[in-house]
Design a protein around this ligand. Structure first.
Ligand code: MV4
Length: 647
């Protein structure tokens, strides 16, 4: 086994590789860009070296620089993770030329699978089923049109250099073929600088089922299939293993085909053979076809680990270090069912736009495996993939595992950025998905239902009000409420630009009446848990500067506008907080010299039978407290002065 390896990646996969290295006693070297100085993978590794600016082209994709670092620091091997340099055969050759070991397949194996047409021919020759179609160097339109007619419409035109759905064109009828061909070639030329295409029979309502393989350069085994049909625009969203509806017969056929594919190219390490499956009429051993082979460890490898008990990264290290295959096919079996959901920082209502932000709060549920590259307080930067975590669950049956996924998603708490958590939750409860009716069109067909924004429950709004008033975790007197003569306190939350006016009346140490619109709710705290109108309130609330996040299945975010900003004109940046109206100072929460953050409570003013919370207009240090508790003040009286902002 290696004594020390370098991990040429970042994020959750770098952390994942470090985990297995630690288990095996292998020392780890992380590399990082300037944007990742404080990243989790850097903190986890035994050593870490900065390799350049944030742009991947100047850091994580700089193969030569990474090899230099590995040599200088005494690493014997490089693990590429996925993405970045993982499927770059030139990098593999450079690593080997430097006398280091690449933890992955040979450059030759990667090249063999790089071009669609060559890979397809190679696979057909090895006895792997391929989609009926036509390819070849003669790209004349007439010849291709003839081929399309022979294959039978509908057909799909695919760019030979394409992948991930780029450069594909569906042609329903012969009359449309010529125009579609010209368009596909134009697109392929623009995207890949190579306008060669191939023609395939179109599989409608396909399923994406892939087989995990593992080779030692000569022989290979398979670790069964994953179903990755739940995709949105070719981005996988939830993956599972095994595939719903899979029969022993079809599994054996697909596994054997995948092993033939791997052995045909002398595959070494972890790889995945992707098949397209016609699921329009159940699964059948004669209706799966080779699509492509991914010559790396995949994002969704944990579902395979969950059902087989194999640590695939450990296997990668052992085989790269010269050991034989760690298991024979007969040793491998499926136990239970597993799901993986990909939690992203993205704005779902805005069309799944990648989002950024600092993760002010981040917590995961128990009873699930979490693969993540971030910790609470870390940022999702615009430089890299905005994945926050992969949430992986395992159960004895598909139904049990899916319920666990649902629970794990409900128990996931993220504040500081928007996420796709509610979308994942909706998918985990989707009736068709529950029944195992998965295909690549499911998300698109039900997009509106899956992305509908749920209005918060009343109990969630009440919880937000309690938190905004400082009552969520504190007793009323700690929050500056008077108990002997309960006064109504107004509060305005906001949600998506709309104001939510509320009035709170503290009726006892653990009892608050909350008026929202025309309706009144009673909030009561029993044994540390809030109840609203007799039902349990959401258990977790996070108060951040300017917002309250209530975790109620999904994160419900409420803004905390400062009413005094409007009343007094003491806008953000102002040094002095003034009394908005005549009244009595009921509480002062700060002292001179104390640091405050924007939105922190400074004092409470009782005026016109209401309690008003005065909050810090900006971050700063209290210079002077100009009033004492109990004082009567005039409108406009100066209450608290902050030290002047540094220019
Ligand atoms: C197909 C197909 C239907 N028929 N090939 C999309 C990505 C690329 N790797 C192959 N893809 C497809 N190839 C034939 N002959 C439908 C797709 C396809 C798809 C495949 C797998 C997962 C999701 C998909 C979403 C849309 C289309």
């Amino acid at each position: 086994m290696f004594a020390k390896i370098l991990i040429a990646n970042r994020g959750e996969i770098a952390c994942r590789v470090i985990d297995s290295c630690r288990k095996l006693g292998v020392a780890t070297v992380a590399v990082y860009s300037d944007a990742d100085r404080e990243a989790r993978h850097v903190a986890m590794a035994d050593e870490a070296v900065c390799i350049g600016p944030p742009a991947p082209g100047e850091s994580y994709l700089c193969g030569d620089r990474i090899i230099e670092v590995a040599l200088a620091i005494g690493a014997e091997a490089i693990h590429p993770g996925y993405g970045f340099l993982s499927e770059n055969p030139d990098f593999v050759e450079a690593v080997e030329a430097a006398g280091l070991t690449f933890i992955g397949p040979s450059a030759r194996a990667i090249r063999a699978m790089g071009l669609k047409d060559a890979a397809k021919r190679l696979m057909a020759g090895a006895g792997v089923p391929v989609v009926p179609g036509h390819d070849g160097p003669d790209q004349s339109p007439d010849l291709l049109a003839e081929a399309a007619a022979r294959i039978g419409y509908p057909v799909l035109i695919k760019a030979v250099a394409g992948g991930g759905g780029k450069g594909m064109r569906l042609v329903a009828r012969a009359e449309e073929f010529a125009d579609a061909l010209a368009a596909a070639k134009g697109e392929a030329r623009g995207a890949f600088g190579n306008d060669a295409v191939l023609i395939e029979k179109y599989i409608s309502a396909p399923r994406h089922i892939e087989v995990q393989v593992f080779g030692d350069g000569h022989r290979a085994v398979h670790l069964f299939e994953r179903d990755c049909s739940l995709q949105r625009r070719h981005q996988k969203v939830i993956e599972e293993a095994p595939a719903p509806g899979m029969t022993d017969e079809m599994r054996a056929a697909m596994g054997a085909a995948a092993v033939r594919a791997a052995e045909a190219i002398g595959y070494s390490g972890a790889g995945t053979v992707e098949f397209i499956v016609d699921g329009s009429d159940g699964l059948s051993p004669d209706r799966f076809w080779f699509m492509e082979m991914n010559t790396r460890l995949q994002v969704e490898h944990p579902v395979t680990e969950a059902i087989t008990g194999v640590d695939l990264v450990e296997w990668q290290l052992r085989v790269a270090a010269g050991e034989g295959l760690p298991a024979q096919q007969a040793d491998l079996a499926i136990r239970g069912h597993a799901f993986e959901a990909r939690l992203y920082a993205e704005d779902v209502p805005a069309g799944f736009l990648p989002a950024t932000g600092r993760l002010a709060h981040l917590a995961f549920a128990p009873d699930c495996r979490v693969e993540t590259g971030v910790r609470p307080g870390d940022a999702i930067s615009p430089w890299y993939d905005p994945m926050i975590a992969k949430i992986v669950v395992h159960g004895p049956t598909r139904g049990a595992a899916l319920r666990r996924l649902s629970r794990a998603l409900e128990g996931t708490e993220v504040a500081g950025t928007v996420t796709n958590l509610a979308f994942l939750g909706a998918l985990a409860r989707h009736p068709g998905f529950l029944r195992g009716e998965v295909d690549t069109g499911l998300i698109a067909r039900d997009l509106a239902g899956l992305t509908a924004v749920k209005p918060p429950r009343r109990a969630a709004v009440v919880a937000a009000c309690l938190a905004a008033a400082g009552l969520w975790e504190q007793a009323p007197w700690e929050a500056g409420f008077t108990l002997w003569a309960p006064l109504p306190r107004p509060l305005v939350l906001s949600r998506d630009g709309d104001d939510i006016p509320a009035v709170l009346r503290v009726e006892g140490p653990d009892r608050v009446r909350v008026t929202l619109g025309d309706a009144e709710s009673l909030a009561e705290r029993r044994g540390g848990q809030w109840w609203v109108d007799g039902a349990k309130a959401p258990a977790r609330v996070e108060t951040l500067p300017g917002q309250v996040v209530v975790f109620d299945g999904a994160a419900q975010v409420f803004g905390l506008p400062d009413p005094l900003d409007r009343d007094t004109g003491a806008g953000p940046g102002a040094d002095v907080t003034l009394a908005p109206m005549p009244g009595q100072v009921k509480a002062v929460f700060v002292a001179s010299g104390q640091g405050v953050a924007k939105g922190d409570r400074l004092a409470i003013l009782e005026a016109m039978k209401m309690e008003h919370t005065l909050t810090a207009p900006r971050d700063g240090v209290v210079a002077e407290v100009l009033v004492a508790e109990g004082a009567q003040v005039e409108a406009g009286a100066a209450l608290v002065r902050l030290e002047e902002e540094a220019p």
